[in-house]
Write a protein that binds this ligand. Structure first.
Ligand SMILES: *Cc1c(COP(=O)(O)O)cnc(C)c1O
Ligand SMILES: [Zn+2]
Length: 416
């Protein structure tokens, strides 16, 4: 059987066979996986997908997987949670959280992209895999690399959160800490991929990696009852996820699985690293790279590879982009936890806080259906909020001590 997918240049359209390559030789623009949708239509249906286990592999036909691929882990399939409290507090009726903070196996949406990248890595015969990472990607590569028995080497900026480093080391991955920010790390990885026969998931395997993000989008549509939302609010680092959610929605509409709809795409960034939001807000034709300085390390990419495409998508969809400060990120993490019982990492604080801002600005309407993408788990970035939660008093294991404590607390609440 002929393969139904191949690589294609996003700018000039030049086609390439499947291979570990991420840039067009003609114009140096990024390559993307394209599909023969007429062939795809013959191989799958909404009904067939609905009968499968609820994880990302139920959409296997839409992914660039080798023939005969057998998944080894149930990745994705995360909850879409309807807001019970935050939506009414903000004055909107249909607010949802797509909660990849509980993605299996490493608690971020990066599990999805690593799943498709490693399938490609095996197909191309790489024995060593790796990545340049702002944290979550290293976690996901290390976890799945260990499970698949691959030699794993990840490259990270030296100042990453300790929990993200530990969450990589525990799987036995080799870790190379670089004195520099993500953009320096990524540049080094491009050179390494040229020189060594290694499969770096977001470098030479990037087209295959990025396709995994589409499953976040398919799941949203299916969980809304095979309907597209009016708005999605998506955190942006390299700017890939936002475009892949759009691609997923467009594919489902093209195949007739959902009614076509003009979904507005809203990109969320931290003010301390907001090249895309800055370009949207100042209506610039292209973004200016920035030097990141924010607690939202997972989004701290100052020169986003897919930034130009994210910018175009946000504009053409009728959406917008906003950013919030580090103190606002912390407040938003707490607000999301207190109102919805979801503990997100700093990137989730960014998304929730930006969603609130867009609602206040009137860019997101009260009667519209809005999905806020929560992409990583709060347990990985506890250092960002630890100072807000000092240790509480210790009492003796005696009833009168407890009653005294209660009286004390009552006094405090009366006084404040
Ligand atoms: C990587 C990452 C993102 C952004 O992904 P891009 O596709 O690079 O824009 C968002 N949230 C979290 C938690 C991430 O780790
Ligand atoms: Zn090209």
């Amino acid at each position: 059987m002929k393969e139904i997918y191949f690589l294609r240049c996003r700018e000039c359209g030049e086609k390439y066979p499947n291979q570990p390559q991420s840039y067009c030789e003609e114009c140096f623009a990024p390559l993307e996986v394209s599909y023969d949708y007429e062939a795809l239509r013959q191989t799958t249906s909404r009904e067939a997908v609905s009968r499968r286990a609820f994880n990302m592999w139920r959409y296997s036909e839409f992914l660039p997987l080798p023939q005969g691929f057998v998944p080894s882990q149930p990745i994705g399939g995360t909850p879409l949670v309807k807001s019970r409290n935050l939506g009414s507090r903000l004055g909107v009726k249909n607010l949802y959280f797509k909660n990849d903070a509980v993605c299996f196996p490493s608690l971020s949406f990066k599990d999805r992209v690593v799943a498709t990248a490693l399938a490609a890595a095996r197909r191309f015969g790489f024995e060593t895999i790796g990545c340049s990472s702002t944290g979550n990607l290293a976690n996901a590569v290390a976890a799945q690399g260990a499970q698949q028995g691959l030699d794993t080497c990840v490259f990270i900026p030296a100042d990453l959160e300790p929990a993200k480093i530990l969450n990589t080391a525990v799987y036995g991955a080799r870790i190379v800490r670089i004195n520099g920010n993500y953009d320096h790390v990524n540049r080094l990885c491009t050179q390494i991929a040229d020189k060594f026969r290694w499969g770096l998931v977001n470098v030479n395997l990037r087209p295959y990696y990025a396709e995994g993000s589409k499953t976040h989008g398919y799941e949203i549509a299916e969980q809304l009852g095979w309907e597209l939302p009016d708005n999605v609010v998506v955190p942006m680092a390299g700017g890939s996820l936002i475009g892949k959610i759009a691609k997923a929605f467009a594919e489902l509409a093209h195949l007739g699985w959902v009614e076509p709809k003009q979904v507005k795409f809203f990109g969320a960034q931290a003010t301390g690293c907001s090249p895309i939001a800055d370009a949207v807000k100042r209506e610039l034709p292209r973004f200016t790279p920035q030097k990141p300085n924010t607690i939202a390390r997972s989004l701290a990419i100052g020169n986003p590879a897919d930034g130009p495409f994210a910018l175009r998508l946000i504009r053409e969809s009728g959406g917008w982009s906003e950013d919030i400060s580090d103190p606002e990120i912390i407040d938003s993490i707490k607000l999301l936890a207190e109102t919805e019982g979801i503990f997100a990492e700093t990137a989730g604080g960014v998304t929730a806080g930006v969603a609130a801002k867009l609602i206040h600005q009137g860019r997101i309407g009260a009667d519209e259906t809005t999905v806020v993408c929560i992409t990583g788990n709060g347990l990985k970035t506890t250092d960002a909020i630890a100072a807000d939660f000092p240790a509480m008093d210790v009492i003796e294991p005696k009833l009168d001590a407890f009653e005294a404590l209660l009286r004390e607390q009552l006094k405090e609440t009366v006084n404040t």
